[in-house]
Design a protein around this ligand. Structure first.
Ligand code: SF4
Ligand code: FES
Length: 232
């Protein structure tokens, strides 16, 4: 089948503003959008710039706006989209070229919540033990691949780029609810600040956008409650 691929292009070296460019591509219904982007780049227009690495929904590098929704290009099939497919960069981050955005603000928020185990207590002889139920408590967050689909679908993030955003809060949740961790108050400094969880308006865009089916909004609410109850 012939597919019309409309891609929002922007080259800061020569363009004043982004513009749409249309390509006709031969595709199978089971092709992924990533396959179509490769066809364009390898067979029609080598100047097209986009990110991808694993090609299998693991690295999180090819999140883009496909037919108006944040998705991973390597997990989105042509048969689920129709014969006209629009592709744009994810929103709210500066575009470096075409579908490639500057991820630094996103990772700055990630670093701000200290996404690592904090525990200054002397380590036991062997590992720090944890029950299956305790491990289950933060299971959702361990599935995050830092693709930024949630954060860049959030209207609060579009309006206020200083908001930590859903992905950083998911990462914070992963450690706050880890029974081995002792660092939640350190994380609360960023999470409870004016750029933290209270900016969330519970729009649910993040949960809809997540390709890993993480209940992002629920995790944000759990972090909010943890900050509130920590005062008592
Ligand atoms: S929570 Fe989901 S959408 Fe957000 S960065 Fe992680 S995997 Fe991507
Ligand atoms: S290329 Fe790695 S998640 Fe799509």
């Amino acid at each position: 089948m012939q597919v019309t691929l409309k891609i929002l292009r922007f080259d800061p070296a020569k363009d004043q503003r982004p513009h749409w460019q249309t390509y006709q591509v031969e595709a199978e219904p089971t092709d992924r959008v990533l396959d179509l982007l490769h066809k364009v780049k390898w067979e029609q227009d080598g100047t097209l710039a986009f990110r991808r690495s694993c090609g299998h929904g693991i690295c999180g590098s090819d999140a883009m706006l496909i037919n108006g929704r944040n998705r991973l290009a390597c997990k989105t099939l042509v048969k689920d989209l129709g014969k006209v497919i629009t592709v744009e960069p994810i929103r709210g981050l500066p575009v470096e070229k075409d579908l490639i955005v500057d991820m630094e603000p996103f990772f700055a928020a990630y670093r701000a919540v200290k996404p690592f185990l904090i525990n200054e207590e002397p380590p036991p002889q062997r590992e720090r033990l944890q029950s299956p139920e305790e491990r289950e408590r933060f299971d959702h967050g361990t599935k995050c691949i830092l693709c930024a689909s949630c954060t860049t679908s959030c209207p609060v993030f579009w309006v206020n780029g200083t908001y930590l955003g859903p992905a950083a809060i998911v990462q914070a949740h992963r450690f706050i609810f880890d029974s081995r961790d002792r660092g939640k108050r350190e994380r609360f400094k960023a999470l409870g600040s004016g750029s933290g969880v209270w900016r969330c308006r519970t729009a649910y865009n993040c949960t809809e956008a997540c390709p890993r089916e993480i209940p992002v909004t629920q995790l944000i609410e759990e972090v909010k409650r943890e900050i509130l109850f920590d005062r008592f």
